[in-house]
Design a protein around this ligand. Sequence first.
Ligand code: SF4
Length: 376
Amino acid sequence: MGETVIPLADLRYVAQVPAIPEQLAPATGLLADRLGRPLRDLRISVTDRCNFRCSYCMPKEVFDRDYVFLPSSSLLSFEEITRLARVFVAHGVRKIRLTGGEPLLRRGLESLVEMLADIRSADGEELDITLTTNGSLLARKARALAAAGLKRVTVSLDALDDAVFRRMNDVDFPVGDVLAGIDAALEAGLGPVKVNMVVKRGTNDHEILPMARHFRGSGLVLRFIEYMDVGATNGWRMDEVLPSAQVLERLQPHWPLRPLEATTIGETAERWAYEDGAGEIGLISSVTQAFCRDCNRARLSTEGKLFLCLFAHQGYDLRALLRSGRTDDEITAALAGIWSDRQDRYSELRSAESASAGGSDTSTVARRVEMHYIGG
Ligand code: SF4
């Protein structure tokens, strides 16, 4: 069954430079967008590179040896990232997630974690600094990251079966090394560790039960993620999506589960607890149960472009403001203007369109930003 791979339109450079309002209103920490959603969660992509080639994110056919990744000169420095993070925190951000590509490929990441860990919220609270990784380098880095101030990690792991896992990462990387990375994270105190499994019907859905069996009773939270139409290169098809409701149907006969309350507003995962007390799982259902109504997430690309949605077509060039000598007050006011004008809710619209027209509007696909560029 040949997958259709769409050649990549190079989007990295399409972003508008934000306007600086005449009135530079100070941040209040109460910023809200047009749908009343606050700004609470900032995802920072620290590199567009990855050592895996997962087909749902960076298919090898597109991100091959000729693919031109961003030059280091265009990446935000750790000082620039920290300066922008302070502006976001002043507007209400409480959680910072470091992503990529594969964030552990960025040299000296511990130093950035240390700089971010120094930031306090307006009411003096520490930030929740976390990281999403494919786990390939975690065994080596976990202790230093924890010492630098990292609080938690989320590890992407799409299968336990070594052959399936190697096929999915498409670089023949052994599953054992990722499991060793998870152990190292636990030893370093980077818990509760969450494990994210992207479920693709016909590729790894037969791994749902083995994964659940492995992580039940371990204290780790396994989350099943619906395969998403992110970016423009993964050849997404609805018939390869296994709805979360069907994941649940597969688990319930083996281990009865009951729903749990969300721990925070804007949480992406629906929580379910094992009736027998063996912990919980999460279901992240962007395709069949959109969660845009509480989406309080902003995404900063590796070179300082702000995206307001994972499925955005257009970014805002904050690096241009940084490197043109704009003050923090000016950048603060510009960010307020951008966020208060936000009304993104792609997944809700996709669901509505699919329901009415039997499939999502493909006219915008080619312009969607890539997940490896802004982080999941
Ligand atoms: S689709 Fe966009 S608006 Fe909706 S939850 Fe995802 S990132 Fe937020």
